[in-house]
Design a protein around this ligand. Structure first.
Ligand SMILES: [Zn+2]
Ligand SMILES: [Zn+2]
Length: 1011
């Protein structure tokens, strides 16, 4: 190393006077890269005391990482760093969710096309797939950057990608397991379909947070004439007039009372209890109930479907089944709303569909992929379903079936992605019959630890619904459904590996072959039943199936055995319907056993803006991680996000708060550490010699030291327990309290003056204090590491590894602090509690008498029960010092002599403290002298004077006149204390040409010069 390098190196080691986290974090980031620290953590597997599995919940590479993501990633990182320090190995490896609709929609936008059909026509599938890959790589870069800035120590080199062939092949194994257990089925079902995205959605997706939106729809009353009558009608209501095109039956509630209502020349049939409100709504004042009947008696009644002339297929439908356009009885008919007569469109509604299925009534669903009516819908051919609403109303008018139309605002499910109103459609789909294994799913879910009741109930509640899982999607960029079906005989074959597929292929497999559309669609295989041609079913898989396959698909068989089930996972609360769900279902299908792939799952609350609003592009309030961290410290953000609220709470992220308490805590830790380092360096403290053991043996420990050590044990225990329970806010509060209250406000002020001297006689005592500060601050630095890894690494490198070069090379490789029961002292802690309480009462008394804490006073009297006094007596020296008085008296009752006006007092509970308020000029002068002497001592050290060196002189300038007068008699004593030949007082700095150092006394500026 050259001299210059050495100088630079030394400079890097130093802790600058100001806590400048951005600079420090950049430096540590470099340190980690230079030392390959992240990868070295992989090597702990060899000596690990245990292995904890992990599967990364893969972020979708379709959005810019924002603060909500950051919060979750920090929780993961905390657990990783903490468990690693505890000696466990965890495969904390990244993973990326790459496929699916969001990516496709973005590429469509980029290519400037409106939908799937257009993109294929204009660009072809190969190009489309290439664009999808490019799109995810753009986001991947941003995620790497955000993780890097945030200090998330996830292993990026070992990331899994859900679109890679080897992943897809292993995902197919889940389907194979389902197929073999008869859990994978094709069928017509009514599914929620998004006309914008042109694909069906799973019921989990329909229930997403925020997918229900207030929308305006027509509120239409219409009437169907009863066959064979002249003027009798069923009165019906709908908000989706387009479904009248696919009307198939009417349903009534069999157990309800229905009536005939005369309105003008017509008779309308409806449920009795709704007559009044409906007539009011229709503004019909004159009506009369003429007859009553049960719902049951209406069953089988045929009605004239009014639009047969313009939808000829509806006439044909009547010939296919005798129940078409007749009334049936169904319990699901709600008689508390509308008219109690429901029109059924099995092609457009789930209840309707099942009502038809149960009776064998054919499903009439004349829609194409864009939810436009097909040729089977007569004059409506080519019209988009929801655009047909008003056309239908017009036609009802023309066909004497119209009653009244208004507008209604109601909550209606929209697509979580594109926000189109969803349409329910009967389609051919593939399903995982998860309803059949629901009891296993619930059994598995009950065994999982969720840490908090509320998210647990939400998750279990959702799982209880136990609906079949529609896994087929009519899209391009996804895992292909590996199902080949024979054109001739309908025989099906599930091919769950690339090798099997290549071997069975009838054509030569091209070189650029990958397990995606369109390549995989070009492969046909021969039917082993009839020698016919088998082609692939044109579906890709739900992207939740894709990511839910991660526990098996991202590992090798060996790793799967080692890392699954994982002991812990965490994701956002929205994942109750997402990843947490698909992981569980797929694992149970794969293994056939009622157990999940994770033993514990923490659902995190979502993150909102400072005002509690959801973060969204449209509001412009999204806080992007990288942008935030360009100007703000990662440690502060991490500390803030964990400290602010419970992990399950919705967090309102307020950037203003970063620089308040979080800054105070971290900067206090920084300055305490720097205070220790400076003093220890000055006294040539040797960490390997002056250990805690040495301090115990040398018997130089004071009660205050033992108290600090005992408190530290409490905090280690409390903090670790809270981390274990995922009470991160409570855990961080423990550190916060220890640094600010215990260390900074109590311990250091109590020992500080012992370090101000540099006398050889007190050398051992000073080394004792250093050994204690060293032990305590090093321990605290390690406890902070999971939350604030940059600050911890910086202090560890710049202080602790300098003092003990034999320490592991990164704080992340250091061992987690354990509680040492031997140095725990409950009794002493209780004595200190009493002492600190009395001191705070004494301060209150001083406040009342306007007596500055700095003023030494002659006497304090503590009036308290015997037990408290006994406890105080053992710590009397500290009591005198902290209250800054010369003597203490104890009493059980208030002594008579405190009646005079020279006493001030304050009381709390059974303790009263009296302080003599008499100003004693001698004491005041001595007090000022001692204060100034300490400042001079500190300056001596700062300027590097060796302890034995005698100063030429010390100058104090710009003290107020009163203080100067009080101090005058003590100048000789002061000169002796600070080892100067003489101390001078100056009214103004200008009286002496010197290098003045700013200091303060009672909040006023004073200046000191020594030479
Ligand atoms: Zn959509
Ligand atoms: Zn066949």
């Amino acid at each position: 190393m050259t001299a210059q390098n050495e100088a630079e190196e030394n400079q890097n080691q130093a802790l600058p006077a100001n806590y400048a986290p951005l600079q420090l974090e950049a430096e540590i980031r470099e340190f980690w890269i230079k030392n390959d620290t992240r990868n070295k953590l992989e090597s702990v597997e060899k000596n690990a005391k245990g292995i904890l599995g992990y599967v990364e919940g893969p972020p979708t590479l379709n959005g810019i990482p924002h603060i909500g993501h950051a919060r979750g990633r920090v929780m993961k990182d905390i657990r990783y760093r903490w468990k690693t320090m505890q000696g466990y190995y965890m495969p904390f490896w990244a993973g990326w969710d790459c496929q699916g609709l969001p990516v496709e929609l973005e590429v469509e936008k980029l290519l400037g096309v409106r939908n799937k059909r257009e993109s294929i026509e204009k660009f072809g599938m190969e190009r489309f797939i290439e664009e999808c890959k490019k799109a995810i790589m753009r986001y991947h870069k941003m995620w790497l950057e955000a993780d890097n800035m945030l200090g998330v120590f996830i292993n990026q080199d070992k990331a899994y990608w859900t679109y890679k062939d080897q992943y897809i092949e292993r995902e197919w194994k889940y389907l194979k397991a389902a197929w073999e257990q008869n859990l994978l089925e094709e069928g017509h079902y009514v599914v929620a379909y998004c006309p914008g995205c042109q694909t069906s959605l799973s019921s989990a997706e329909v229930g997403y947070e925020g997918s229900y939106k207030e929308v305006e729809d027509p509120s239409l009353y219409f009437k169907f004439k009863i066959k064979g009558t002249k003027n009798e009608f069923f009165l019906i209501w709908t908000t989706m007039p387009f479904t009248i095109i696919t009307d198939t039956m009417l349903a009534v509630q069999p157990n309800a009372e229905y009536v005939k209502v005369r309105v003008d020349q017509e008779i309308w049939i409806m449920v009795r209890q709704r007559v009044e409100p409906v007539m009011a709504e229709l503004e019909i004042a004159r009506y009369e109930i003429t007859e009553s009947m049960s719902g049951k008696s209406l069953e089988g009644t045929a009605y004239e479907y009014p639009l047969k002339d313009i939808v000829p297929k509806q006439g044909e439908n009547e010939t296919k089944h005798s129940l078409v356009h007749k009334v049936i009885g169904e319990d699901f008919v709600d008689v508390d709303t509308a008219t109690g007569v429901v029109h059924l469109s099995p092609g457009n509604g789930e209840d309707d569909f099942w009502a038809a299925q149960r009776r064998g009534v054919p499903i009439y669903a004349p829609f194409d992929d864009e939810v436009k009516f097909t040729n089977d819908a007569g004059i409506f051919t080519g019209v988009f379903a929801r655009d047909a609403d008003m056309l239908v109303v017009e036609e009802l008018r023309n066909h004497n079936a119209f009653v009244k139309v208004q507008k209604v605002k109601h909550e209606y499910p929209t697509c979580w992605r594109s926000h189109h109103k969803l349409v329910w459609l009967a389609r051919k789909e593939y399903f995982l019959r998860t309803d059949k294994i629901n009891s296993k799913v619930l059994e598995a879910a009950e065994k999982i630890e969720y840490f908090f009741e509320e998210p647990k109930n939400r998750f279990l509640g959702f799982l209880k619904e136990g609906k079949p899982w529609c896994i087929s999607r009519e899209r391009i960029w996804g895992t292909p459904l590996p199902m080949w079906i024979c054109e001739k005989c309908g025989n099906k074959r599930l091919i769950a590996s690339k090798m099997e597929l290549v071997e069975s292929a009838q054509e030569t497999v091209p070189e650029n072959f990958e397990l995606h559309k369109p390549w995989v669609d070009k492969i046909t295989v021969k039917c082993d039943k009839c020698r016919g041609i088998m082609r692939r079913e044109d579906f890709v898989l739900d992207t939740w199936h894709n990511s839910g396959a991660a526990p098996y698909a991202r590992f090798t068989d060996e790793e799967f055995g080692k890392f699954i089930p994982t002991d812990f996972l965490t994701e956002g609360i929205d994942q109750t319907r997402g990843w947490a769900n698909s992981l569980l279902l797929e694992h149970i299908i794969l293994t056939g056993k009622p157990a999940g792939p994770y033993r514990a799952f923490l659902f995190q609350g979502l993150t909102q803006d400072a005002k509690g609003r959801k973060m969204s592009k449209s509001l412009g309030n999204v806080v992007e991680t990288s942008k935030l961290l360009e100007k703000n410290s990662a440690d502060l953000c991490r500390f803030y996000m964990m400290r602010k609220c419970s992990p399950i709470d919705f967090m309102n992220f307020d950037m203003q708060e970063l620089n308040r308490r979080p800054y105070q805590v971290l900067s206090t830790l920084y300055h305490l550490s720097r205070f220790f380092l400076q003093n220890a360096t000055f006294d040539e403290f040797k960490a390997e010699v002056y250990t805690l053991d040495w301090a115990f043996k040398a018997a130089k420990l004071q009660p205050v030291d033992l108290w600090l050590l005992s408190k530290l044990q409490d905090k280690i225990e409390e903090y670790t327990i809270k981390l274990d329970r995922c009470e991160f806010n409570g855990a961080v509060a423990v550190l916060d309290d220890f640094v600010i209250e215990t260390l900074s406000r109590l311990y250091v002020p109590m020992i500080r003056k012992e370090l101000w001297t540099d006398e050889p006689e007190t050398f051992e005592r000073r080394q004792t204090v250093y050994s204690l500060l060293h032990h305590t601050l090093k321990t605290v630095t390690m406890l902070f590491n999971p939350v604030t890894p940059y600050l911890s690494e910086a202090l560890y490198q710049k202080i602790y590894r300098q003092l003990e070069p034999s320490l592991p090379e990164s704080v992340n490789l250091a061992a987690w602090p354990n509680v040492d029961e031997k140095i725990r002292n409950q009794n002493l802690e209780e004595q200190f509690d009493v002492l600190l309480k009395v001191v705070s009462i004494a301060y209150a008394a001083r406040n009342q008498g306007k007596l500055k804490r700095r003023w030494p006073l002659s006497k304090v009297i503590v009036v308290a029960p015997e037990k408290i006094m006994q406890s105080l007596k053992t710590l009397e020296a500290l009591l005198l010092e902290l209250t800054n008085v010369k003597a203490v008296d104890y009493a059980v009752v208030v002594p008579e002599y405190v009646g005079g006006e020279n006493w001030v007092s304050s009381q709390e509970g059974d303790i009263t403290v009296f302080i003599s308020g008499k100003r004693d000029e001698k004491l005041l002068g001595e007090g000022i002298m001692r204060d100034l002497a300490r400042r001079v001592q500190a300056l001596r050290k700062e300027m590097g004077f060796v302890p034995t060196e005698v100063l030429e002189s010390a100058h104090i300038a710009e003290l107020d006149t009163e203080s100067m007068g009080l101090l005058e008699p003590y100048l000789v004593e002061m000169a002796d204390l600070v080892r100067a030949r003489k101390v001078y007082l100056q009214k103004s700095r200008s009286e002496v040409e010197a290098d003045w150092h700013l200091s303060e006394l009672d909040g006023k500026k004073i200046f000191i010069n020594i030479h």
